[in-house]
Design a protein around this ligand. Structure first.
Ligand code: HEC
Length: 183
């Protein structure tokens, strides 16, 4: 009787090794799959645009460097409609014949300060229609998402806020606080 493995057993031993390898590979794949599901779940649970900035948009009207940068951005991108003096277009409360509206003022006489930081950011980045979720809204304002970075949008809005009288700024701070707490 010989102790050497006969060819049949040799075959099974190889098969076992192959199976072990397969098992390791499958464990890896399974692990990767679980990881993918977890990662996907995490991103899926995040709110999607235009609200994907929840809680992260904070205007910095007290930051001099940010405000100074915002002033330049305003002159280049916003003043043509909203006015270098923030006064908006004449008769801004009267609808245009095509259903669009003239640009409103950004000073205390307008209603920019009635909106919390995040909505101002969303209007500027994605446009009024998307920000207010009114798809048929006719707007003359460009969407700045492709031309200005998030920090630039925050800077220009910070400059606008920095122009408001103290009392209006405080009211706007209180509004932001209210919106954040309601979340
Ligand atoms: C071509 C004209 C135009 C330019 C340029 C423009 N806007 Fe406007 N903007 C409008 C109009 C018109 C509205 C009124 C809402 C609408 O029709 O979309 C508006 C509304 C807004 C509002 C909402 C104000 C409110 O009281 O509801 C914000 C905020 C705003 N603009 C910010 C900006 C910023 C910041 C820039 C520059 C980066 C800019 N806009 C450039 C035309 C313009």
């Amino acid at each position: 009787m010989s102790f050497a493995l006969n060819p049949k057993e040799l075959c099974c031993l190889r098969l076992n090794r192959t199976m072990k390898k397969a098992l390791i590979i499958w464990s890896f794949l399974f692990g990767a799959l679980i990881l993918a599901v977890l990662v996907f779940g995490y991103f899926a649970s995040l709110p999607t645009a235009p609200n994907s900035h929840s809680g992260r948009i904070v205007l910095r009207a007290n930051d001099r460097a940010v405000v100074a940068r915002g002033a330049e951005i305003y002159v280049e991108n916003c003043a043509s409609c909203h006015g270098a003096d923030l006064k908006g277009e004449p008769n801004w409360q009267t609808e245009n014949p095509d259903g669009s509206w003239p640009a409103p003022p950004h000073d205390a006489s307008g209603h920019t300060w009635h909106h919390a930081d995040e909505l101002l950011f969303t209007i500027t980045k994605y446009g009024t229609a998307e920000a207010l979720d009114i798809q048929e809204y006719v707007s003359n304002m460009p969407k700045f998402g492709k031309t200005l970075g998030d920090e630039e949008i925050i800077a220009v809005l910070s400059w606008i806020k920095a122009q408001w009288p103290d009392e209006i700024r405080q009211q706007h701070d209180a509004l932001n606080e209210q919106v954040r707490r309601a979340r």
